[in-house]
Structures are given as structure tokens and as C-alpha cells.
Design a protein around this ligand. Sequence first.
Ligand SMILES: Nc1ncnc2c1ncn2[C@@H]1O[C@H](COP(=O)(O)OP(=O)(O)OP(=O)(O)O)[C@@H](O)[C@H]1O
Ligand SMILES: O=C(O)C1=C[C@@H](O)[C@@H](O)[C@H](O)C1
Ligand SMILES: [Mg+2]
Length: 165
Amino acid sequence: MVAGKTSTSRRLARQCGLATIDLDAYIERRERRAINQIFAEQGEQAFRDMETQVLDEFAHKGPMLVSCGGGIVLREENREILKNNGFVVYLQVTAEQAVERVGDVSTRPLFKNLETARQTIAGRLPMYEDVASVSIDTVGKSINVVAQEIQEILEKEGVLCLRQG
Ligand SMILES: Nc1ncnc2c1ncn2[C@@H]1O[C@H](COP(=O)(O)OP(=O)(O)OP(=O)(O)O)[C@@H](O)[C@H]1O
Ligand SMILES: O=C(O)C1=C[C@@H](O)[C@@H](O)[C@H](O)C1
Ligand SMILES: [Mg+2]
């Protein structure tokens, strides 16, 4: 959470002219409700079902940049979709940096405080590492710097080809 998936994807899509979708934003638009409202009205599992469904939908839509919610790795089914269909960029953040960045926590129902952020990161780490094609440390780096770093990796790995000749 708050590693910069949404903002960095937006920046990267703009600078590379890529199609992009943010799964959280897509679910909110489709449901006409905010994520915290979905959690409050139907619970986390209902949100997770929607998340799996939209991940699967966009995994098969052709090349695009997909920014996921932070909890996408929790389900094995999602991890398999990610590994089988995507080049996965894991944006790393520390709990301390996440607390500094987070701002309004009401939009992130699972974000509580420094201690829970530490526990969440530690608990999810093996799952992030399982799906990651590449990991990028975002601490102390601006959104633009992280986006540039990702672009260079995608080009080097042959995932993205922008230059002619
Ligand atoms: N590299 C960065 N440096 C400074 N601030 C950042 C950076 N990346 C993101 N932010 C800020 O942190 C906040 C959260 O970013 P963002 O919504 O992109 O995170 P996220 O990973 O998509 O979170 P979530 O898991 O909740 O979807 C925003 O206010 C954003 O401007
Ligand atoms: O890390 C998480 O579990 C979440 C992150 C957000 O992107 C949202 O998908 C939601 O708030 C859950
Ligand atoms: Mg996001």
C-alpha cells in the first residue's frame, strides 16, 4: 500500500504513450462506490472477488500497463494470473515511508498505522517476491525517477520497445 503503483503507472503511461488501467479505480467506477464503502457494505472478501475478476479480465486484453491494488498478491489465483500473463514490477516501500506518504487513510480501509504497515509488509513480502519479475526500491525517489527506472528496465528486458532503429 502507498508504494506508488497508481501514481507511477499514470506517469509511466503518459511518458511512454501506453494504455493503462488502475484496478482499484476501475472497480470503483464499475461499482459506483468507493473501496472503503465496498469494504464497509460487503466486506473484504467481496472486494477480493471483484479484484480477481477484473485482474483476470485485463490480463487477457492485450498489452497494457495494469496498476493493481496492494492486496492483489493475497490470493494464489491472482499470483498465478500475474506470473502467467504479465511482467510484474514490484514497487518496494518501507512502513515508515508509507506512513509519510499516506495522507488521508479513509480511502485505504486496511491502512491503520506504522505497526500494522510493518506487519502487512512483512506478511506479504514472500508473495510479492513470488510474483515479481523485477523489484524497485522507491524509498527517497520521486514518482518521475521511479517511472524512469521502470521504463529503462522494461526496455532492457524487451517488454517495451519505444525507439526505432
Ligand atoms: N515515489 C514517490 N515519492 C513521493 N510520493 C509518492 C511516491 N509514490 C507515491 N507517492 C504519493 O503517495 C501517495 C500514494 O500513492 P499511490 O496512490 O500511487 O500508491 P498505491 O501504491 O497506488 O497505493 P494503493 O496500494 O493504496 O493503491 C500519493 O499521494 C502519491 O502522490
Ligand atoms: O493493500 C491492500 O490490501 C489494498 C490496497 C488498495 O490498493 C486497495 O485495493 C484496497 O484498499 C486494499
Ligand atoms: Mg493504487
